[in-house]
Design a protein around this ligand. Structure first.
Ligand code: GAL
Length: 409
């Protein structure tokens, strides 16, 4: 018996003991940081002898981080683990380049096959393996507002883009920006919600397999509607971060903003606003009953020095406990099916209910819907639209890129 206890103690200590470093690379910097920092605190408590390097590159949606990551991966200096969206964003880049480790063994070891939604595991997988561990589910298609401001404006929460457009001049006449907008990627972010709202979930999904052509007349309608909506946004959009666009709603400078639910994290965790009173939410116009999802995940590059420390990081991040530390602060719901909803605020509880009952589609901009080669060139399509103002030119450009990259194959 004593021998057994000694063995057990050695095993447990052996498993838990780790030293060296762990570099975690992400774009969760500054006021996007609290959720990641809380998870790192937990890791530090479990593995006190490991020095965690929290390497962040500022810039929403990873606009800058992805470029830095590319240089590091190509230069043979991979971070120990890095943030990447579930889906083609990783598979189409570092998986096809054979730079990632297959994590199927970790899913087996942790029993995760029954703990995450099957559709999400599919998104993370190819025939050859599972390439990362998801930490959350974010929703892209959310309309945010300040209830007190809407009341002052006497404006309802629009259920469709045409309804929004009816109220746009009225809001402008009261000296308020109808829809707050930020830098380029947030414009793409708005576009995907407009596309979903105008097309509906079937046609929106059909785009990514080329069953609906990018230059179909329905897509001309999407771009034309997008153009009308842009006319209801602030002129200084290009210079604003997503947080600054959110601030416009909070302060009453703007009536609405379309942003992913990291905005709920920002408003609740950073700005300390209460869901329901401090800020309100609804599905982006025309997208009720549809959940446009994306998921942040972390993987294991091949040949990293601190492999064991990464595996412990992934074990923590993928666990119910880890996800319930991270997500209430982040503004996302857990990917893990055993998550304790009692730990989440009213917004997140409503997101969790929608995640269960809604039709689910993937976000283009945040890596879940389409081939990476298409997604990364979508900024060019938007530029073409913004500089030419021509729906047809943008639709043709998108169709050309879709054909070049074999979007449907
Ligand atoms: C998304 C990411 C979110 C959040 C957001 C803003 O791409 O999935 O977790 O960080 O960008 O930066």
């Amino acid at each position: 018996m004593r021998k057994f206890i000694v063995l057990l103690v050695t095993l447990v200590v052996g498993l838990a003991y780790a030293d060296g470093q762990l570099e975690i690379f992400s774009w969760w910097a500054g006021d996007e940081g609290p959720a990641l920092e809380a998870l790192i605190d937990e890791y530090n408590a479990l593995y006190p002898d490991v020095e965690v390097i929290n390497a962040t590159v500022t810039g929403g949606a990873g606009v800058n981080a992805k470029a830095v990551l590319k240089t590091r991966m190509l230069g043979g200096d991979p971070p120990d683990s890095f943030q990447v969206h579930a889906g083609q964003e990783l598979i189409g880049t570092w998986v096809v380049a054979d730079r990632m480790e297959d994590l199927t063994f970790l899913y087996d070891e942790q029993g995760w096959f029954d703990k995450y939604p099957p559709g999400l595991i599919d998104l993370l997988s190819t025939e050859d393996g599972i390439w990362s561990v998801p930490v959350n589910i974010h929703r892209s298609n959310v309309l945010w507002y300040n209830p007190a401001v809407l009341e002052n404006l006497s404006v309802p929460v629009p259920e469709s883009w045409s309804e929004f457009l009816v109220f746009c001049p009225d809001i402008q006449a009261q000296g308020v920006t109808p829809l707050a907008l930020g830098e380029n990627w947030t414009q793409q972010h708005l576009w995907e919600s407009v596309a979903l709202g105008v097309l509906g979930p079937q046609d929106y999904t059909a785009l990514w397999s080329q069953q609906l052509a990018m230059n179909d007349p329905k897509m001309i309608n999407v771009w034309d509607t997008f153009g009308e909506i842009l006319a209801c946004t602030n002129e200084d959009a290009a210079g604003l971060s997503w947080q600054q666009a959110t601030d416009m709603v909070v302060s009453g400078e703007a009536a609405f903003n379309v942003m992913g639910d990291w905005a709920a994290g920002y408003m609740n965790t950073t700005l300390q606003l209460e869901p329901g009173t401090g800020f309100g939410w609804a599905p982006a116009p025309g997208t009720g009953g549809v959940f446009m999802m994306l998921s942040d995940s972390f993987g294991l590059p091949q040949d990293v020095t601190n492999r064991e420390n990464v595996l412990n990081w992934l074990r923590l991040m993928g666990s119910q406990e880890g996800q319930d530390i991270f997500n209430p602060l982040k503004g996302s719901i857990a990917a893990h099916l055993d998550s304790d909803l009692g730990l989440y605020n009213a917004y997140l509880q409503s997101a969790a209910a929608d995640w269960k009952s809604d039709a689910v589609v993937g976000s283009l901009v945040h890596g879940a819907a389409a081939k990476e080669a298409f997604m990364s060139q979508f900024a060019t399509v938007l530029e073409i639209y913004l500089s030419s103002g021509s729906a047809q030119a943008a639709a043709n450009a998108a169709e050309a890129i879709a054909n070049q990259v074999g979007l449907g194959s």
